[in-house]
Design a binder for this molecule. Structure first.
Ligand code: PLP
Length: 446
């Protein structure tokens, strides 16, 4: 555990003083149901009042182990001291100007930092936005403007967001798309690399995808290929080695902008500052968000100067894009990743998770696949003696974990994947305690 990123000095312990959710949390849930649109669901209805290190504390006084980081956002920990300090100082100076009306230094500093740190040593530019979906939308806008082409290729199991364009780019119907169409045109979905289920090498899977692209779209019509280096919501699917480089090479050879969506994988999460670095892939554009600013809303598109500069002045922006408060938080967050070498910490977390489930898998064949990188790990559960997705078991594990005070997220097209995204500020002890509860849940559901 890295002390300086512990957040508020909360006892780093799992402690249950009521059943989950406790009475105060239930009270909030009742008010939520009466006041908040039903479409805004909640995975675990505990009313959070404080969080830091590896725990979240609820209104009833329960202390829960956080294995989700608010979906890979609080990599540096919740209320990380450096972030709190930077945000406090910024709000005392000014809170907003709209960068496209009157600029400020923080935005430019974040752009400089992203240009320096993202994969590749070519000349780069960045543009800042609010959410991951907004970054993806803008990456597509820019790629279309630069290439003067329309087509966009996305992949099976992809997740890119909840706006109209990004819903259309996302694979899974429920809950993301059902009844929300029609979706934007010119989006073509092709096969991904899913080693556990397709049994293909990276080169073979790329051959399948590239043939689909050539036959169904054609390079002459294609503006961009966009892919998550490890697919997130789709099931933490890490492609076979060689898949991403093959796509990148084809795109470069065919005048197609190659975009990596690192919204979930970015910022130390996978054991490197960016997941692209594991295979030396250099995207033309990269989208980032989640882990970028310690919990404040911020996202970015970073990429080759000639592509990024192709859009006319005024073509990119938004009222709140690159908020000075979020930029201050991002600078403190990025400095913390670097200073504390949190990429290495992510690798340690990944090794603990991998070792734990590899041992368990020896006696439980419902653990079908253990995959991911660094602190972005997942277990795919299947029915014993088969590869049939075990969604009910996965749901039961998450429920058991919640009852025992562990915040655990599921994902996957088939709903049969448990994902581990702990804050990088979690201690080994808390992490192991959380994993043991998943093992207990498996036993309880034998
Ligand atoms: C979460 C996510 C998005 C969308 O980000 P929001 O901030 O929720 O809009 C896009 N792409 C990937 C890979 C994501 O994980």
């Amino acid at each position: 555990m890295v002390d300086v990123i512990g957040g508020p000095s909360l006892p780093q312990e799992r402690k249950l003083v009521t059943s989950i959710p406790g009475p105060k949390s239930q009270e909030l849930l009742a008010r939520k149901n009466a006041a908040v649109a039903a479409g805004v669901g909640v995975a675990l209805p505990v009313s959070i009042v404080a969080a830091g290190g590896g725990v979240m504390v609820d209104a009833d006084g329960n202390s829960l182990i956080d294995l989700g980081s608010g979906i890979a956002v609080t990599g540096v920990g919740n209320s990380a001291p450096a972030v709190v300090e930077a945000v406090t100082a910024q709000v005392q100076q000014f809170t907003h100007t709209c960068f496209t009306v009157t600029p400020y230094e923080g935005y430019v500093q974040v752009a400089e930092k992203l240009n320096e740190l993202t994969p590749g040593d070519h000349e780069k530019r960045s543009a800042l936005f609010n959410s991951g979906a907004e970054a993806v939308e803008n990456a597509i806008k820019i790629a279309r403007h630069y290439t003067k082409k329309n087509g966009v290729v996305v992949f099976d199991h992809a997740y890119h967001g909840r706006t109209n364009l990004t819903m259309g780019m996302t694979a899974k119907n429920m809950p993301y798309k059902d009844g929300f169409g029609p979706f934007a045109p010119e989006i073509t979905r092709v096969a991904t690399s899913y080693p556990y289920r397709d049994g293909l090498t990276g080169a073979e899977a790329a051959e399948v995808a590239l043939t689909q692209i050539e036959k169904q779209v054609g390079a002459a019509n294609l503006a961009a290929i966009i892919i998550e280096p490890i697919q997130g919501e789709g099931g933490f699917i890490a492609p076979a080695e060689g898949f991403l480089p093959a796509l990148q090479e084809w795109a470069t050879a065919n005048g197609v902008v190659f975009i990596l969506d690192e919204v979930q994988t970015g910022f130390a999460r996978t054991g490197d500052l960016f997941a692209a670095n594991h295979e030396g892939v250099v995207p033309d554009l990269v989208t980032t968000a989640k882990g970028i600013a310690g919990g404040l809303p911020l996202s970015a598109v970073t990429g080759r100067a000639e592509i990024m500069d192709s859009a006319h002045a005024g073509g990119l922006g938004g009222t709140y894009t690159g908020s000075p408060i979020s930029c201050a938080a991002a600078l403190a967050t990025i400095e913390t990743y670097e200073k504390e070498n949190l990429a290495a910490r992510a690798s340690e977390i990944g090794a603990i998770i991998t070792e734990f489930f590899t041992e368990l898998q020896k006696t439980d064949d419902r653990i079908g696949d253990i995959r991911g990188r660094g602190a972005m790990m997942a277990v795919e559960f299947v029915e014993s003696g088969s590869m049939k997705p075990a969604a009910a078991l996965t749901g039961a594990i998450a429920k058991h974990a919640a009852n025992e005070g562990v915040i655990l997220l599921t994902c996957g097209t088939y709903g049969n994947v448990v994902r581990f995204l702990p804050p990088l500020s979690i201690s080994d002890e808390l992490l192991r305690e959380g994993l043991q509860i998943v093992a207990d849940a498996l036993k309880a559901n034998a």
